[in-house]
Design a protein around this ligand. Structure first.
Ligand code: PEP
Length: 263
């Protein structure tokens, strides 16, 4: 279903009216985690001012440590819905448990399935049944084939509105949080008709890497990027070192616009 063999034209996925696909470069931005109404609104306003058309923000956070901030849950979803009402930005947010899919879908415009759940087949199937577009991150140790097969689990349940997201993979390299597999973008686009975007924040793990990795994503033909922003990264409850502040994000959007078109 997700293969390009039977579907030669590349697909466009619409999220609350915003297209992701060929001929667009969709900027998704927002806080890694929803912390407070003020922080989320400020991050959304920063994102919107820089040209982002979709708001990201985690209410259910899949943290490596059980002692780390786990997100605000439904209270976080309510904040995202309020910020959408204020800014008009459709919301992308993660769901980590199959039992929460309906709840998250009742607030979100797009469901995100993160790297840690990339092969949680019950969750993928539940996400395929709820009538919302899905942003599917690549598993940090997943091959491209495993990633596409994960998408197939969603598609098999009747939902072809899937966007693939390369977010870096595990390698021996420790200088970056993950190794951005930039070649995965054209490979996935050759094998699948689904749009493919890049997460330079979670791959690099540091704000200095977000701009160069974004440029790489654009140069290689990605259909969008998803970026962490925070009004005060030094106090962020999640992934502060990789969050961009206002000026950084505007600069990123400006430089991205100036890149020569892909040939
Ligand atoms: C995220 O985008 O908030 C996130 C946790 O990303 P990943 O699943 O890629 O680590």
């Amino acid at each position: 279903l997700v293969s390009r063999e039977n579907h030669p034209d590349r697909s466009v996925v619409r999220v609350g009216g915003v297209p992701i696909g060929p001929d667009t470069m969709t900027l998704i931005a927002g806080p890694c985690a929803v912390e407070t109404p003020e922080q989320t609104l400020q991050a959304a306003q920063m994102a919107q001012a820089a040209g982002a058309s979709l708001l990201r923000g985690g209410a259910f956070k899949p943290r490596t440590s059980p002692y780390a901030f786990q997100g605000l849950g439904e209270d976080g979803l309510k904040i995202l819905a309020e910020v959408r009402a204020e800014t008009g930005m459709p919301v992308v947010t993660e769901v980590v448990d199959a039992h929460d899919v309906e709840l998250v879908a009742s607030y979100a415009d797009m469901l995100q399935i993160g790297t840690r759940n990339a092969q949680n087949f019950a969750l993928l199937q539940a996400a395929g049944e709820v009538g919302r577009p899905v942003l599917l991150k690549r598993g940090m140790s997943g091959t491209i084939e495993e990633w596409l097969m994960a998408a197939e689990y969603i598609a098999q349940r009747g939902n072809l509105d899937i966007v693939l997201c390369e977010r870096g993979i595990r390698t021996f390299e420790k200088a970056t949080r993950n190794t951005l597999d930039i070649s995965a973008v054209p490979v996935a686009q050759r094998l699948s008709h689904l749009p493919v975007i890049v997460d330079p924040s979670h791959s690099g793990g540091h704000r200095d890497l977000v701009l160069p990795l974004t440029r790489a994503a654009i140069a290689v033909g990605a259909d969008g990027v998803i970026i962490d922003v925070h009004p005060h990264p030094e106090t962020a409850l999640c992934d502060g070192p990789q969050a961009l502040v206002d000026g950084d994000l505007r600069e990123l959007a400006r430089l991205a616009r100036e890149l020569p078109p892909v040939f």
